[in-house]
Design a protein around this ligand. Structure first.
Ligand code: FES
Length: 166
């Protein structure tokens, strides 16, 4: 993995920071946007460049739910476990995804195609129970819709392969 982008991100924030120390949270957010998660090497670089102890950086990253300390798959699926989704069947949706993908909450498939996590309220309770795939909402989910969604993803991947092979 190439970590030059971490230097660029820190330099960019240094450039616009009025304070002496660039803002840590936006830096971590940008690193996560770049890599999809926060790799250890990115922490080491950030720690050295900002002269902040590694333990403090991990402290910040583990305090906020939005930060991921593990890699995510090509298709990252979040299941909302907020109250509205929970009462509308989110635990069943999660079980179905865990069964189909053969991974548990917080895990990634061995081929790194899929990762699964649970989340607090997405803010779209009207379509509960909701899930998100790579940032796109899917609402009123049930087992059948989970199956269809995964089939569509697999079909998309097949279509891409055919396109690539000409
Ligand atoms: S509780 Fe799931 S979107 Fe609000």
């Amino acid at each position: 993995m190439d970590f030059k982008k971490v230097d660029e991100i820190i330099a960019r924030h240094r450039g616009k920071a009025e304070e002496k120390i660039p803002p840590l949270i936006p830096i971590l957010q940008d690193i996560q946007d770049e890599y999809g998660w926060l790799p250890e090497q990115a922490f080491v670089k950030t720690s050295r460049q900002l002269d902040i102890p590694l333990v403090n950086l991990y402290g910040v990253a583990t305090f906020y739910n939005e930060f991921r300390l593990k890699p995510i798959g090509n298709y990252h699926i979040s299941v909302c476990m907020g109250t509205a989704c929970h009462v509308q069947g989110a635990p069943r949706i999660l079980s179905e995804l865990e069964r189909k993908l053969e991974i548990a909450d917080g895990e990634i498939t061995p081929d790194e195609k899929y990762s699964l996590e649970t989340s607090s309220c997405f803010g779209c309770c009207a379509i509960a129970p909701a899930i998100m795939v790579n940032g796109e909402y899917h609402g009123k989910m049930d087992k059948k819709k989970v199956d269809e969604l995964l089939e569509n993803i697999e079909q998309e991947k097949e279509d891409e392969k055919v396109k690539q092979n000409g």
